[in-house]
Ligand binder design. Structure first.
Ligand code: NI
Ligand code: MN
Length: 237
């Protein structure tokens, strides 16, 4: 099977071209994302979108991508209901809930909790969008990674390690709305991963955490920080 090719689009947005030839976007905050270069705004192909929660910096271009490419959308049940109001057909939104696993096109999505908030900007009004979540995603070759969404460090990360055994974690380090590098280092240890991809930093001045601080916190633990460049493809595992 071919490599799994990942691209960080800035903030919490990732594009994954899997070894099984599926294109997945996680939290596709692209066109309004100040960290996302314009060449990544255009989505050429998309089979699946996974959404961690309803905040605008995660929902991003979901509706536009849906209208153009008709991907399946994986989200917490309540968020599917909101997306339905914006034209997403019920059969295209895989509404699930925390602790569940959904298989979509040969990819497994295990929905995890997150300690954060969630709402959706619905024409200027903030409406309920279900709880915030994260995912452990298993690709066709069995490779498992954890995208925590926006969260504080939480005891559930030990359960995620024991039950889902991810090899790599994408963790927020910016602080203010999420964990900072110190808390993210603890999260990395708790999830039992070998490598961490820092995210949700630098997009706005308030997200001040830096990968070098995370690396310092993880010194001597054997956990590697993969500080990937925005727009530069990397392969996993
Ligand atoms: Ni958020
Ligand atoms: Mn966020």
């Amino acid at each position: 099977m071919a490599d799994n090719r990942f691209t960080w689009c800035g903030h919490s947005a990732f594009r994954i071209e899997t070894g099984g030839d599926k294109v997945i976007y996680i939290d596709p905050y692209l066109s309004a994302n100040p960290a996302c270069p314009s060449e990544l705004h255009k989505v050429e192909r998309c089979d699946i979108i996974a959404l961690t929660h309803g905040h605008a910096d995660h929902l991003g271009d979901t509706i536009e991508i849906y209208n153009e490419h008709r991907p399946k959308i994986v989200a917490i049940f309540d968020l599917c209901w909101v997306l339905g109001k914006h034209g997403v057909a019920p059969e295209d939104c895989v509404g699930m809930n925390i602790g569940g696993t959904a298989e979509v096109g040969g990819i497994k999505f295990m929905q995890t909790p997150a300690t954060h908030s969630s709402s959706v900007d619905d024409g200027g009004e903030q409406i309920y969008g279900g709880d915030p979540t994260g995912y452990v995603i298993e690709l066709e070759d069995g490779f498992r990674f954890y995208h925590s969404g926006d969260t504080w460090v939480m005891a559930d990360m030990e359960f995620i390690a024991r039950l889902f055994k991810p090899e790599v974690a994408m963790l927020p380090i910016g602080g203010h709305f999420t964990m900072d590098p110190v808390a993210a280092a603890l999260a990395a240890k708790m999830t039992g991963v070998k490598r961490v991809v820092p995210m949700h930093y630098g997009t706005f001045p308030v997200l001040a955490g830096e990968p070098v601080q995370l690396a310092k916190e993880l010194e001597g633990t054997g956990i590697e920080v993969l500080a990937v460049e925005i727009g530069q493809e990397f392969t996993l595992p």
